[in-house]
Design a protein around this ligand. Structure first.
Ligand SMILES: NC(=[NH2+])NCCC[C@H](N)C(=O)O
Ligand SMILES: [Mn+2]
Ligand SMILES: [Mn+2]
Length: 298
């Protein structure tokens, strides 16, 4: 039986633009349940993780904004995601800023010896406290999952690392900090920047991605940051970068991933309805989920 469990993570503590905590509500309002129910035998919405409205603070010993809270709330998410997989259901996490990937991956990767990760994003999210220009933890989840950075972030779930550098594919990168570039080179992480997407076309990019991950991984997590898309198609994000992936290219990517049948968990993050135009970004997220889970026109 094909089962789907939706869980919201109304987190905005990994960055400074309020409103991204309303992402899960915006995505639900865009009709996620109706759209996905027909694609599964069984579907449940577990509601939101209790993040609350805690007071914002910067850790005095590092330049990490809201370190304690981000760590604590991500542990809760990790437990929930773990339980969903345990129950034989597909976990779909709704963000929230991208720091929530730390919790999602902590819950998912317990179940896979060789988890693959597709990081669909304008950014690398490979910073640590030392390299981060902002102190925002939403710029660090991929590094933390590789075991790099503050131990409060790397040790969520009680183990580290969650993933291996050779099992990562970044798609859509067009804004990387110097430390991130160094790390990508040092660790040999596979990246399809906008240059490669323009040159090869999205179809070839996904074919290569699937090829790269298929043999050596036993599951693949899709972490889709809506800012991977161009801001004209997804304006409701906190850190937009022009020159991004189009709505059409993104649909093709999701459809090809559905055909390849490799995705075993997913999250859609950084939807900020306060910055959006008539919920366009959440609507795009739901449409892309449809394609990811096998929706077809005919
Ligand atoms: N998930 C995101 N939108 N990340 C944006 C990160 C931006 C920048 N590289 C930073 O570390 O602050
Ligand atoms: Mn991003
Ligand atoms: Mn991101």
């Amino acid at each position: 039986m094909k089962k789907l469990s939706i869980i919201g993570m109304p987190m905005d503590l990994g960055q400074t633009r309020r409103g991204v905590d309303m992402g899960p509500s915006a995505i639900r309002y865009a009709g996620i349940n109706e759209r996905l129910a027909v694609l599964f035998d069984w579907i449940e919405d577990l509601g939101d993780i209790a993040v609350g409205r805690p007071e914002v603070k910067i850790d005095p010993n590092s330049n990490l904004r809201n370190l304690e809270l981000v760590a604590e709330k991500n542990s809760l998410l990790a437990e929930e995601v773990d339980k969903i997989i345990e129950s034989g259901s597909f976990p779909l996490v709704l963000g929230g800023d991208h720091s929530i990937a730390i919790g999602t991956l902590a819950g998912v990767s317990k179940h896979y010896k060789n988890l693959g990760v597709i990081w669909y994003d304008a950014h690398g999210d490979l910073n640590t406290a030392e390299t981060s220009p902002s102190g925002n933890i939403h710029g660090m989840p991929l590094a933390a999952s590789l075991g790099l950075g503050h131990e409060k972030l790397t040790q969520i779930g009680g183990y580290s690392p969650k993933i291996k550098s050779e099992n990562i594919v970044i798609i859509g990168a067009r804004s990387l900090d110097d430390g991130e570039k160094d790390l990508i080179k040092k660790m040999g992480i596979k990246v399809f920047t906008m240059h490669e997407i323009d040159r090869l076309g999205m179809a070839a990019v996904i074919e290569e991605t699937v090829q790269h991950l298929k043999e050596k991984t036993d599951g693949v997590h899709l972490s889709l940051d809506l800012d991977g898309l161009d801001p004209t198609d997804a304006p409701g994000v906190g850190t937009p970068v022009i020159g991004g992936i189009s709505y059409r290219e993104s649909h093709l990517a999701m459809e090809m991933l559905a055909e390849a049948k490799i995705i075993t968990s997913a999250e859609f993050v950084e939807v900020n309805p306060i910055l959006d135009e008539k919920n366009k970004t959440a609507v795009a997220a739901v449409a892309l989920m449809g394609s990811l889970f096998g929706e077809k026109l005919l």
